[in-house]
Design a protein around this ligand. Structure first.
Ligand code: GLU
Length: 504
């Protein structure tokens, strides 16, 4: 379909997918969905030496966990495949021959040593060696050797590279590149080198494969990280050389370290103690998933790393992001990664879960700890109590535990603070009161406890501290009366009896 939106996420499978890559994937996804287009996953594995086992599967699992799955990918091919560059070699070969035949690229036979020699020699003279119009006629390539000698070299299996003829004297040297986010940038082509596009091992370089594939896959917008901005002129020149209409380009701002200086790196998470990967990598490095983040929270804070909708609201679900997202509102300046704020986003999304979704999360955690709750009503009543207390899902058991296990030890400091002379008698009286009554409502329970305190000439407050320690083990936990109610009289009495024996 002409003019339809097709965007792609094109990672190289060199290791786990860093959060910056995930943001690129997300922005592509949002753009595709907003414009009812296609979101393509293309694996850029031409540099086989850097490919890492398991990295491609990892990328797919991350996208699946986040719910931003591609419409076309190596495992779900559409009509533009293959979707791994290593499986597209014949296409690159055909296209490189076309450029060479048309005199827009040339074979170069310079050895690594001779290039090193030129580099050093220039350095000595305070200059930088650039393989381009300046000196290409003094080096070893098909432009000087001529057709026949070149053919001889190629036939004899001499190693070569194919270089792009970036600029020649007589052509205008200023070239204008435009970017949706950054506007127009002028580049002086005289300063650029004749980039290597292809090598004699039959593999294209990133630049060549990337441009050929974006064209053949009919990509309409290239949305990628700012680190590729310096390659834009080369890429556009390649489109020109083939006579192809280029896609539009949008280069996303860098994601910066929490301190705001420098690019967030894969190692920063480990060094500073926060996740930078979506899910765990090879059982070694934990991701946001294992650290207790909901995918919707991760999508939310990633979306806001470099974009906002112009309003005050910061909490968005994926479908809202799809309708609001706009490349024109992507910022130029780097976006600071803020681990504390990320936790806040997670908390907000946990609070927004429906009670039934939150209860299902709890159910799974409870079962993982070897307990069962089949009573949906009870599960929900527990859910209501703890939902406001959770920031990360890894904290769920800390909050749930009290409903399933009584404390085995008691916070000494808290005991010292709240344990008074009359406490023992009060707790006995509570057990007494509970053993006398049938099931109680929250109100009846509260009145019963008040009654116990009043009989001893005290206020309810004096009773609540020790009672909480006896039930929970410390002064923390959810609303005590609701907790007592959820536990039921029998269990409360059991915990009181146990505590009164254990606390001396
Ligand atoms: N393979 C490149 C990367 O991993 C893709 C860059 C692009 O999107 O053009 O960053």
């Amino acid at each position: 379909m002409a003019n339809s939106v097709r965007v792609r996420f094109a990672p190289s499978p060199t290791g786990p997918l860093h959060i910056g890559g995930v943001r690129t994937a997300l922005y592509n996804y949002l753009y595709a969905r907003k414009h009812r287009g296609q979101f393509v996953l293309r694996i850029e594995d031409t540099d086989q030496k850097r490919s890492v086992d398991g990295a491609e599967e990892y990328i797919q699992s991350c996208l699946a966990w986040l719910g931003i799955q591609p419409d076309e990918s190596p495992t779900q091919p559409g009509s533009f495949g293959p979707y791994r560059q290593s499986e597209r070699r014949n296409l690159y070969q055909k296209h490189i021959l076309e450029l060479v035949d048309r005199g827009l690229a040339y074979y170069a036979f310079d050895t690594a040593e001779s290039l090193e020699h030129h580099r050093k020699d220039h350095e000595k003279r305070g200059k930088t060696f650039t393989y381009n119009w300046h000196n290409r006629m003094k080096l070893s390539n098909s432009l000087i050797l001529g057709k026949e000698k070149t053919k001889e070299k190629l036939d004899s299996g001499h190693p070569y590279v194919v270089r792009f003829l970036m600029w020649e004297e007589g052509e205008p040297s200023l070239f204008t590149c435009s970017d949706i986010i950054r506007g127009s940038v002028s580049v002086d082509c005289k300063l650029l080198d004749d980039k290597i596009l292809y090598k004699s091992d039959g593999m294209p370089t990133y630049h060549f494969a990337n441009v050929v594939d974006d064209h053949l896959m009919e990509i309409s917008q290239v949305i990628r990280g700012e680190e590729w901005l310096p390659s834009l002129a080369l890429h556009l020149k390649l489109y020109d050389a083939f006579g192809w209409t280029p896609p539009e380009f949008a280069h996303l701002p860098l994601i910066l370290k929490p301190g705001g200086k420098g690019k967030l790196s894969k190692r920063d998470g480990d060094k500073m103690g926060f996740p930078v990967f979506p899910i765990k990598w090879k059982g070694e490095i934990m991701g946001f998933k294992e650290e207790g983040y909901l995918p919707e929270a991760v999508l939310n804070f990633l979306a806001l790393l470099g974009w906002n909708d112009g309003g005050e609201n910061e909490i968005f679900l994926l479908k809202e992001l799809i309708s609001l997202f706009d490349l024109e509102r992507v910022h130029h300046a780097g976006a600071r990664f803020d681990p504390e704020k990320n936790k806040w986003f997670n908390q907000q999304h946990i609070q927004r879960l429906s009670l039934s979704d939150f209860s299902s999360l709890c159910k799974a955690v409870i079962e993982n700890h070897g307990f069962v709750v089949n009573d949906e009503k009870k599960l929900k009543s527990i859910g209501i109590m703890i939902q406001p207390r959770v920031v990360l899902t890894t904290e769920l058991w800390r909050e749930l535990k009290v409903f399933f296990e009584g404390p085995k030890d008691y916070d000494e400091n808290a005991l010292q603070k709240v344990w008074k002379e009359k406490t023992l008698g009060l707790l006995h009286a509570v057990a007494e009161m509970l053993s006398r009554s049938e099931e109680m409502t929250l109100e009846e329970l509260k009145d019963g406890l008040k009654g116990v305190a009043e009989d001893a000439g005290l206020g309810l407050g004096v009773l609540m501290g020790p009672l909480r320690i006896v039930i929970v083990g410390s002064l923390s936990g959810p609303d005590l009366i609701s907790l007592l109610n959820a536990l039921g009289a029998k269990e409360v009495i059991r915990r009181i009896d146990f505590a009164l024996k254990a606390i001396k």
